[in-house]
Design a protein around this ligand. Structure first.
Ligand SMILES: Cc1cc2nc3c(=O)[nH]c(=O)nc-3n(C[C@H](O)[C@H](O)[C@H](O)COP(=O)(O)OP(=O)(O)OC[C@H]3O[C@@H](n4cnc5c(N)ncnc54)[C@H](O)[C@@H]3O)c2cc1C
Length: 391
């Protein structure tokens, strides 16, 4: 195993750390608690600065305007960026656009790339990925998918109901997962512009954490006509392509979450270094040191797991098992690390004077979105029981 970091990636990590310290963390104070997101003017200011510093879309290949990192390099860079929850969007590498760019790079034809991928990379538009449906439709169990497209001549007529589509409010287009002619086997991804007649953004669902630039939205599709050339890939490739998107997207989530977990620990350590009680610094108490030690050990194990999963994908190998492990493990570390940091910081941790309160609420979604922990445990357990995967 090779653990050294290439010198160009190490340099990039330093640049990213400087961006997070000098630009993103100071801007966090501008978060609008009433609106549940950053003001757009702040986002645009940070985006301009990220471009100026050469940190725009770092995850993309060089020919697409990125920095040509493999997934291990992306992990090293994203875990620095993730220290601030607003830094990934500033560099145009946050969910869902980051995963959607990756999917379009893999599957879009020339016309689709020109219409959707190029402006997405430029940061001129936003996108959303619409798979989840309100009960009884698809959620943890994709077999319940009810959105359906019927072929009529050179068009598909799409009907369905989706929700929790992150970023859909104000998005230029959606990637919508639907059956074709009622067939689950023919599940397909469709590119749907948001000005299509019959499409409605019903509402941004109220959530406990941030709404982000375009909320987590409920959508309806009533006889939306999608030209046949707006099928992404081929009819029936919906699940294969969604795995092309979801595998790396789960890992890039882990990478950002590791940065967030480290930031929580840094805040807690700073408090423990300065807070005086019972005749010594809080951090002199062994109970606190052990809390930090256990948490740092878990973060490091999640980091190695995530990088190994990235390395496995970089080798072109099947990484589903190890990605599930990383997603399960790191989402739980994230919640635990922030919870611990709040405990160490006492009432300050619970207050809005520190960012932990917001981080805590945002982090809760990590154990649900992109597959709840139980689904990843199920997938891992089935692989182990069948003997397809080993311990
Ligand atoms: C903040 C946020 C953003 C999201 N963004 C998107 C997005 O952009 N696009 C999109 O398509 N979806 C998105 N989702 C939806 C997310 O992927 C789903 O919430 C997830 O797939 C679970 O589906 P569900 O909510 O319908 O829960 P359900 O399927 O109803 O499951 C409920 C609970 O059942 C438990 N469970 C499930 N399976 C098992 C099992 N086998 N054994 C035991 N227990 C089990 C789990 O605890 C689960 O949380 C987002 C969700 C959140 C919270």
């Amino acid at each position: 195993m090779e653990f050294s970091i290439p010198s160009d990636v190490a340099e990039l990590q330093k640049k990213v750390r400087a961006f997070v310290e000098e630009v993103a963390i100071p801007a966090e104070k501008e978060y609008d608690y009433n609106d549940g997101r950053m003001p757009e003017a702040t986002n645009q200011r940070m985006r301009a600065e990220a471009k100026k510093r050469g940190l725009w879309t770092p995850h993309l290949p060089r020919k697409s305007g990125g920095l040509g990192l493999n997934l291990v390099g992306t992990g090293l860079v994203f875990s620095e960026l993730g220290r601030s929850p607003i830094a990934p969007y500033a560099c145009n590498c946050d969910a869902p656009d980051e995963g959607n760019m990756h999917l379009l790079l893999e599957a879009a034809n020339a016309e689709q790339a020109k219409l959707f991928l190029e402006p997405l990379i430029a940061g001129d538009i936003r996108s959303a990925f619409a798979m989840t449906e309100p009960p009884p439709g698809a959620g943890s169990d994709p077999a319940a998918l009810s959105t359906n497209a019927v072929k009529e001549g050179e068009e598909f007529v799409l009907n369905g109901h989706k929700w929790f589509c992150t970023g859909a409010n104000g998005a230029r287009f959606l990637i919508v997962m639907a059956r074709v002619n009622g067939s689950f086997r023919k599940t397909t991804l469709f590119l749907v512009p948001t000005d299509s007649p019959g499409y409605t953004m019903v509402r941004e669902v109220g959530v406990m954490g941030s709404h982000g630039p375009g909320g987590h939205c409920e959508l309806t599709f009533e006889n939306v006509r999608v030209p046949a050339n707006m099928v992404l890939g081929r009819v029936g490739e919906g699940f294969r392509l969604s795995q092309v998107r979801l595998g790396p997207a789960r890992l890039t989530h882990c990478m950002r979450w590791l940065g967030m977990s480290r930031r929580a620990m840094e805040i807690a350590r700073e408090y423990a270094r300065t807070r005086q009680l019972f005749g010594s610094k809080l951090g002199d108490h062994q109970g606190i040191q052990w809390m930090l030690a256990d948490c740092a050990t878990r973060i490091e194990s999640g980091y190695l797991l995530t990088l190994k999963a990235g390395w496995t994908l970089d080798q072109g190998q099947d990484a589903r098992h190890i990605i599930s492990m990383a997603k399960l493990h790191v989402s739980e570390i994230l919640c635990d690390a922030i919870d611990l940091a709040i405990q160490i910081c006492g009432s300050s941790g619970y207050s809005r004077d520190l960012p932990l309160e917001l981080m805590y609420r945002d982090a809760r979604a990590a154990r649900l979105a992109d597959g709840p922990s139980e689904v990843h445990r199920m997938v891992l357990g089935r692989g182990l029981m069948s003997g397809k995967e080993e311990f």
